[in-house]
Design a protein around this ligand. Structure first.
Ligand code: HEC
Length: 273
């Protein structure tokens, strides 16, 4: 064989390896599964019943193996194999895989655990649209201990700390807006802070919708509220509260939570004639 051909041989091995590595996880799992049964047999049974190919227990059902283990036949009682493994071994032996094994429930997509008033909305923890007030109450509760501790220290509030908590998270919205009655008012809000997940929410009037999404370019969590202003509000000014809260990562102190809120005043002009 020429050196070139040898090289080619090596190359194709490398390629085979590559294609093996790129085998989908599902296939790997399947390979591992059928591999386990013969490995289990070799490790647990072959010593007494000879190799799989020449086993004296060919055709044994899983339940038979199980009861042999349960009754410690020939010292088999020390074996610890799951029903699923026994089914697989029985299959290898050409016997019936007749132990009922609960079908594994498909691994659920991990859903984040949200602390109230954050709720799971479209897969992320977000403030429920009407919960700015509740969210603030909770934030106050979380920080009560903090404030007490400050008093214990030296009798003074540690203002620096409080400011720090308030500066990390920034919320912005138009602040003021004018709309005509019976038109749809759209109010946008954006919140940014450190690299933790932020939830934005709003105290919504009845019938309003609020959509929140993450803006990669701005690296900010955004929300848009839209609401058709009823005729009856003509001449009035309505206050909308928008808020943002930083999610505590797992294991983070509750005191690390941050909450900011900012109102938008919407002046409602009479309907156009
Ligand atoms: C320590 C030795 C030993 C090991 C390990 C062992 N067996 Fe056995 N097994 C025996 C002896 C001894 C008997 C009783 C004589 C016979 O039936 O061959 C027996 C019986 C059985 C029987 C017949 C049971 C019946 O009710 O007639 C089956 C089936 C069986 N073994 C399967 C297995 C399988 C499968 C494994 C591995 C998971 C295994 N055994 C591991 C020694 C062993």
């Amino acid at each position: 064989m020429s050196t070139k051909n040898k090289m080619r041989g090596k190359m194709s091995k490398a390629n085979m390896l590559k294609s093996f590595i790129s085998v989908s996880p599902l296939m790997l799992a399947a390979l591992a599964f059928s591999g386990n049964a013969s490995a289990d047999y070799a490790g647990s049974c072959a010593g007494c019943h000879s190799s799989l190919a020449s086993s004296d227990k060919k055709g044994s059902s899983a339940s038979k193996i199980k009861s042999a283990i349960a009754s410690n036949k020939g010292g088999m009682g020390s074996l610890t194999l799951t029903d699923a493994a026994l089914n697989a071994i029985a299959k290898e032996l050409g016997g019936s895989a007749n132990l009922s094994v609960p079908t594994p429930t498909p691994t659920p997509t991990p859903t984040p655990t949200c602390n109230l008033p954050l709720k799971l909305i479209n897969g992320i923890c977000a403030l429920t649209p009407v919960s700015c007030n509740d969210a603030y109450k909770e934030y106050e509760r979380e920080h009560k201990n903090d404030l007490n501790e400050d008093h214990d220290d030296d009798g003074r509030d540690d203002h620096d700390d409080k400011n720090k908590a308030a500066t990390g998270l920034v919320i912005s919205n138009p602040g003021k807006q004018t709309i005509r009655a019976e038109q749809v008012v759209r109010l946008g809000v954006a919140a940014s802070g450190d690299n933790r997940k932020i939830a934005v929410g709003a105290n919504l009037p009845k019938g309003a919708s609020f959509k929140s999404s993450y803006n990669r370019t701005l690296q900010a969590q955004q929300g848009v509220m839209s609401w058709k202003v009823p005729k009856t509000l003509a001449g009035k000014t309505i206050k909308f509260k928008f808020c943002a809260k930083v999610h505590n990562g797992k294991g983070k102190a509750k005191q690390d939570a941050q909450f900011v809120a900012r109102d938008v005043l919407v002046k409602v002009l009479p309907k156009l004639k």
